[in-house]
Design a protein around this ligand. Sequence first.
Ligand code: AHM
Ligand code: MG
Length: 323
Amino acid sequence: MKEESLQAYLAREVGDATLEDLIDRIASACWKISNLVRGAALSGNLGTTAEVNPQGEAQKPLDLLADTVFSQSCRDSSALAALISEEIETVTWLREGTAGRYVVSYDPLDGSSNLDVDLSVGSVFAISRIAPAGVGTALVPGRDLVCSGYALYGPSTIFVLTFGNRVDGFSLSNDGDSFVLSHPNMSIPVETQEFAINVSRLRFWDETVRTYIADCIEGAEGVRGKPFNMRWTASMVADVHRILVRGGIFLYPKDSENAAEGGKLRLLYEANPMAMIVEAAGGLATDGQRPLLDIVPQSPHQRTAVVLGSRSEVERLAKAYAS
Ligand code: AHM
Ligand code: MG
């Protein structure tokens, strides 16, 4: 089979040179971040800085470096109006009052608590267009996204992309500076026997989540009548990628500890990009009850509950909430 580069794929799929250029810039940021992650120990970039991000979480040197690489790679795109980063408090306007131009929302290094223990991390991004009527606001519901994707820095580096109709994955070449189509048309199996949740938070969960997980753990002996396996990587990118490859359900619910903030994961640059990918791959992505992509964002760092993955399990939990 002839290898197809990400650039050739974009020229075939997109037909808008400015958008192709913007996605290519994001992909370049991802392979540069991949190289930074691999070299982190030898360049003295592990550990934690004295800084905190807008959510009050300690920042790692690589969180900050990845943010710089990402924004520098994107900001010269003439098609770009604004950037929204997990690491920056306010929306960064580059070309204000520019209907039709793009906003990139991104988490430059998701799951960064995994860095010091050499486990998988990733970058997540979503691209939206500033609507003619919405000049001045960078916040749009996930349903209006143009495209979204992530890069997973695991045993290999994979760049996954969707425009909403299909999901394709690209592997980093051996040279480390280009992506090649390796996972065409990814789709999530409808049925699954694998769940992902941070079980140490059980004491904070509501009854619906407790019952759902208890039923899974009872396995073949309980109401589900089949065994379930559990995986939790503490990196949403790695968990979502596993679900794209072999199915599963991922839950980060709103619970009694994080309810005041609305949940743990951020809507614009974590939940929505993953929701767009999961829906395009045949799965479902909700906050437990309503589709994540239907939520109208109110602020750049808004949080939400997240339940996504194989259709049958996400529907089961939504039904349990509804009853
Ligand atoms: P981060 O953006 O600060 O890395 O936080 C997001 C991460 C997700 O990747 C992951 O699913 C979750 O936080 C892990 O949370 P926990 O520490 O409860 O396991
Ligand atoms: Mg994150």
